[in-house]
Design a protein around this ligand. Structure first.
Ligand code: AMP
Length: 236
């Protein structure tokens, strides 16, 4: 997407290649918004599993009919369905330049492992696992506000609580796995979306030229959640 510099035939992109980001976030933390922002900023595909699944439900495809009940109840769709969908989207992302932002996957440890295998096969494992942190109270407030606007079938209070419980039970534990791999970047998602977005883009821009230079074994997790306070931002 960006100009390449270098001697003819051996172009070196000084800004680094297209980034590969996956997001881990509880419902309501803003992963859809931030995913779209990252995708637009870097010119990479935004692969949002919830959106893809809701689209199947709306079009009443066979897959849509098979998963509707799971979505309506806030339960996870079976892993193989999601992983097949994601593999297809990643093959397309590879053809489009190799970058991606994954939004909504992985949701559990099995998906995290399977995704890593798919990444290895395609030569496009994630560079950054972006963790959006927010507390349950704020998430429930945001989701109920969204429910009034968007009428998503899974934004009722009962289903919201189920989705949050599921997040803590099966999704949150994968965060430390990415921490151990050294690709975890944690961001405080309790602040206004623009502020969170700016911080994410700044962090990704800094990391982008380095991703191929630093071997996985030498990487360390990055925690930006204290950054606002460190620079005098008042918590509300
Ligand atoms: P989201 O838009 O990411 O909040 O996802 C909405 C719903 O889609 C979830 O509550 C699940 O029912 C389903 N879903 C999305 N991504 C996945 C996934 N990776 N694994 C299983 N179910 C998923």
């Amino acid at each position: 997407m960006f100009p390449r510099y270098g001697v003819e035939g051996q172009g070196v992109d000084v800004r680094g290649r297209d980034v590969r980001v996956l997001m881990i976030a509880p419902p309501g933390a803003g992963k859809g918004t931030q995913g779209a922002l990252i995708a637009a900023h870097f010119g990479i595909p935004h692969i949002a599993t919830g959106e893809l699944l809701r689209d199947h439900v709306a079009r009443r495809t066979e897959l849509g009919r098979a998963v509707q009940r799971h979505l309506d109840q806030g339960e996870l769709v079976p892993d193989h369905i999601v992983l097949d969908m994601v593999r297809d989207a990643m093959v397309a992302a590879k053809a489009a330049g190799g970058g991606y932002v994954l939004d909504g996957v992985p949701r559990n440890m099995e998906q995290a492992r399977a995704l890593y295998q798919i990444g290895l096969e395609l030569g496009m494992t994630a560079d950054v696992a972006l963790h959006l942190k927010a507390d349950d109270h704020e998430l429930i407030r945001r989701l109920l506000a969204r429910a009034a606007l968007e009428h998503r079938s899974d934004d009722t209070e009962e289903v919201i609580r189920r989705r949050l419980a599921l997040y803590h039970e099966v999704t949150a534990p994968i965060v430390s796995w990415y921490g151990e791999r050294g690709i975890l970047v944690s961001v405080d998602a309790m602040r206004p979306a623009e502020q969170v977005g700016r911080e994410i883009l700044a962090a990704l821009e800094v990391m982008r030229p380095l991703v191929d230079l630093v071997p996985e074994s030498a990487r360390r997790a990055v925690d930006l959640t204290g950054l606002g306070a460190a620079f005098g931002e008042r918590s509300t």
